[in-house]
Design a protein around this ligand. Structure first.
Ligand code: IPE
Ligand code: IPE
Ligand code: MG
Length: 241
């Protein structure tokens, strides 16, 4: 059952749907990939804003299981951007104490990219300043389906009894099993939908939908959104104490 956290008033785990790169580029008469590059550049500033904001866990949505529907050139441009980003940022992430994890289905990603992801996870595994999780080829439904498949396998192998499956059991099979649930989910670009992001995990998250397009999102706005969260009252189905 979701429990109220009394330890801090700010969000410990913030998840962001980084949306609006395409429109940002379009407004400038540039190709969509130009927007994705501008968007990738915003990530470091937001990660670096986390310690001051009291945010220990930051999870960002970079590519959804539905984003394969885009043109081949946009998809391959994004895939090379991820490779370039990891290669270019690895040293700084390690030195700045950022622990990086990836969630999503790696099966459909190129081996080269998966190797870079594995290396970065390993390289930063002793870090603890900020826990950055990047969702690539991630879909909430896909994640629950993959988790269920592994859970069913454990039942078939006699490691788990169906009678013992409850809401504590299933999340242990999710990609996010080592992370706390997000307290706050932010979406930029004016769309008020979750687009298959962290479906199970955000059952009791607060949401903040911003009109800002992702490449324009700043540390200043991040701090504003985080302090707005502190004024909200989370009840988890109960009544005000
Ligand atoms: C978000 O920006 C990044 C990804 C989904 C990869 P979009 O590319 O969705 O930008 P818009 O929504 O078209 O403006
Ligand atoms: C959600 O944005 C996925 C990411 C930010 C990676 P989309 O742009 O793909 O979502 P829809 O299509 O507007 O729902
Ligand atoms: Mg979009």
């Amino acid at each position: 059952m979701a429990k109220a956290s009394t330890e801090q008033s700010g969000p410990r785990h913030v998840a962001i749907i980084m949306d609006g790169n395409g429109r940002w580029a379009q407004m400038r008469g540039r190709p969509r990939l130009f927007g994705h590059h501008a968007g990738a550049k915003r990530v470091r500033e937001i990660v670096e804003a986390c310690p001051d904001a009291g945010v220990k866990f930051l999870t960002i949505f970079a590519f959804s299981t539905e984003n394969w529907k885009r043109t081949q050139s946009e998809v391959s441009g994004l895939m090379s951007l991820f490779q370039r980003y990891i290669t270019g940022e690895a040293k700084a992430l390690k030195e700045n104490g950022i622990r990086v994890r990836f969630i999503g289905d790696r099966m459909r990603l190129a081996t080269k990219l998966v190797d870079l992801m594995d290396d970065l996870e390993l390289m930063t595994s002793d870090n603890d300043r900020v826990h950055l999780t990047v969702a690539i080829n991630y879909g909430g439904r896909d994640e629950v389906a993959r988790a269920t498949k592994r859970l069913a396998q454990d039942v078939a192998d006699g490691k788990l009894k169906p009678a013992n499956v409850d809401e504590e059991t299933l999340p242990k099979y999710l990609d996010t099993h080592v992370l706390p649930d997000p307290d706050l989910v932010i979406r930029t670009s004016g769309e008020a939908r979750i687009s298959n992001f962290l479906l199970w995990q955000s059952a009791y998250a607060e949401y903040d939908f911003l009109d800002t397009l992702w490449p324009d999102f700043s540390a200043e706005e991040f701090h504003k959104v985080v302090s707005r969260y502190g004024k909200r009252e989370r009840r988890y189905g109960g009544v005000k104490a």
